[in-house]
Design a protein around this ligand. Structure first.
Ligand code: SF4
Length: 248
């Protein structure tokens, strides 16, 4: 069984499109582990391009954690790698609970005892994230590494095939966001920003005696000055790029 982990970011959509267009072998299933906290633009993108993949024979399965998917679990414990006041970061429960385990439950239910080759969306610029599977029935494969493709190469490949380049995929409130990602949401001031502020306030007292924050400044999100030099009226010669992601 060949399965692809489809997070709907640039790299995983490139692998899915390559499979659909015959540049990679046909996958049996592309599994989207839906955290339910993706950016609005990602959900719009998957509505547009999920159909495109489906009509080209790519079966898409959407899986979710069976329990409540908030930033706090049912016992009030923080699920996300929040920044701790005066310390480092909280341990990350979200990737396992929201992504890895739902994908594994799906694979166990559908593989009929067969081994699984699971394609992971890592490109050459993220090669340090490559890890072998920790279970016998799954073997990880990294097709973009095999093709020596970076994230920019993926975007170029999509454009060359008249396909849309997806927005970065991650939970809106992910504490791994860089300054550019926070600033972009703050400037848009839309539902994603409001949800991030809500979650930031929600997690604050989840680990007494320490306060928790989604932003590395370890201040309430609404109180942080997220302007860059350009916003302050100064010239900027470089643009920042959003690279952070949690992966599998
Ligand atoms: S994107 Fe961030 S918050 Fe969401 S599952 Fe990954 S590490 Fe957790």
């Amino acid at each position: 069984m060949i399965a692809l982990s489809l997070g709907w970011g640039v790299q995983s959509f490139t692998m899915a499109a390559m499979s659909a267009l015959g540049e990679l072998p046909r996958v049996d299933v592309a599994i989207h582990a839906d955290t339910t906290h993706e950016h609005d633009e990602t959900y719009k993108f998957l509505c547009r391009w999920g159909y495109w993949l489906s009509v080209r024979g790519i079966e898409i399965a959407t899986v979710r954690a069976p329990n409540k998917l908030g930033a706090l679990d049912e016992y009030g414990a923080c699920m996300i790698p929040a920044h701790i006041d005066g310390r480092g970061m909280f341990s990350r429960q979200c990737t396992d609970n929201w992504k890895r385990l739902p994908i594994r439950r799906y694979l166990q239910a559908h593989r009929n005892g067969a081994p699984v080759e699971l394609w992971i969306d890592i490109s050459t610029d993220e090669a340090l994230r490559m890890k072998p599977s920790d279970v016998k029935y799954i073997t990880h494969r990294w097709p973009l590494i095999e093709k020596r493709m970076s994230r920019n190469d993926c975007a170029a490949w999509l454009k060359a095939h008249n396909l849309e380049v997806p927005p970065k995929s991650s939970c809106v409130f992910c504490p791994y966001h860089n300054s550019a990602a926070w600033r972009e949401m703050w400037k848009e001031n839309g539902a994603d920003w409001r949800k991030s502020v809500e979650i930031d306030n929600q997690i604050r007292k989840a680990r007494p005696p320490y306060d928790l924050f989604v932003h590395p400044a370890r201040k309430p999100l609404e109180e942080i000055d997220l302007r860059n030099d350009v916003d302050r009226g100064q010239l900027s010669l470089w643009d920042e790029e959003c690279e952070g992601m949690c992966g599998l």
